[in-house]
Design a protein around this ligand. Structure first.
Ligand code: DAK
Length: 262
């Protein structure tokens, strides 16, 4: 499928999704969100793809939701836009394949929110982060008040959201908003390498681990460990578990790279 604002590339077991509206710094308008929705569905259905990299074209990852589209929205339109964004971001968060955000530049507002819907964030030294919404007369609307507080704690999240200040990649790393900071020239390669490392492991185990972490983080520890027991048990219905353990016991090595996804 061809898209106006998204490039989807497949490289063996991984997909690279590039948000491609560089003239507007990849700001998320309804069309881009709708295309992202379709891309996630396509990736979900493709059994060959086991991990995803999400990045932006040009000097920005995503500079937020599209302010020019939002400025004249009425209550109904604003709500519709919010529902669309939240639907897409939740779909990304719940995708049964890990998503690595390669944050190449401005990661602001809705951009920071989509990055937080990914599993792992790695940033270029040039990336800039923030939730500037209160400077526009709105609150974060694509999950920012919820995911940022869960990721970096309520105190740091409140400071960022109440002030709208922009921070650099080192500060984002210090706060735990990104996993690591990398030179811009190697960012995409490192993100792909990480995606390939994950894609070489048992896909069902990775998928179940993602689901246990995402579900468990929302609950108390007792419910969390019971979710873990449930997914742990489910691994024993897979061929990959049998073959993975037999390979280790017989050949003294891991099956990495040769799992069947069964
Ligand atoms: N939307 C639309 N266009 C944008 C944009 C954005 N968020 N950010 C940048 N652009 C456009 C600029 O208008 C400019 O367009 P032209 O003038 O060339 O036509 C072009 O991109 C290049 O931008 P600049 O010339 O400004 O580039 P600079 O390098 O000088 O500055 C900047 C880069 C990122 C610092 C600056 O562009 C900037 O401050 N941008 C706005 C950042 C921002 O405030 N982002 C947060 C947006 S609010 C909702 C749910 C969620 C949301 C809203 C509602 N509901 C539940 C309803 C989310 C809201 C947001 O994300």
């Amino acid at each position: 499928m061809d898209f106006n604002n998204i490039i989807l590339e497949k490289e063996e077991k991984i997909a690279v999704v590039t948000i491609n509206r560089p003239k507007a710094l990849n700001a998320l308008n309804s069309e881009t969100l709708t295309e992202l929705d379709s891309v996630i569905d396509e990736i979900d259905k493709d059994n060959e793809i086991l991990a995803v990299v999400l990045t932006g074209a040009g000097k920005s990852f995503v500079a937020g939701a599209d302010i020019s589209e939002m400025k004249d929205m009425n209550v109904v339109e604003g709500r519709k836009f919010g529902i669309l964004g939240n639907k897409v971001f939740r779909k990304l968060e719940n995708l049964e394949k890990p998503v690595i955000a390669a944050l190449n530049g401005f990661t602001l507002g809705g951009g920071c929110e989509i990055a937080m819907s990914c599993d792992i964030r790695i940033a270029s030294t040039k990336a800039k982060f923030g939730q500037p919404e209160v400077q526009l007369g709105i609150t974060p609307g694509f999950g920012g008040t919820q995911r940022l507080a869960r990721l970096i704690g309520p105190g740091a999240a409140k400071e960022l959201i109440y002030t709208g200040k922009i921070i650099n990649a080192e500060e984002a790393y210090r706060l735990g908003l990104v996993n690591r900071v990398i030179e811009p020239e190697t960012l995409l390669d490192e993100a792909k390498q990480l995606a390939n490392t994950i894609a070489a492991n048992a896909p069902i185990a990775v998928k179940l681990a993602k689901s246990a972490i995402n579900r468990g983080i929302q609950t108390d520890i007792d419910t969390g460990v019971s979710i873990e027991s449930e997914v742990f048990g489910a691994c024993f219905s897979t061929e990959d578990q049998k073959e993975g353990m037999n390979t280790f016991l017989n050949d003294k090595k891991y099956l990495t790279g040769n799992f069947k996804n069964k």
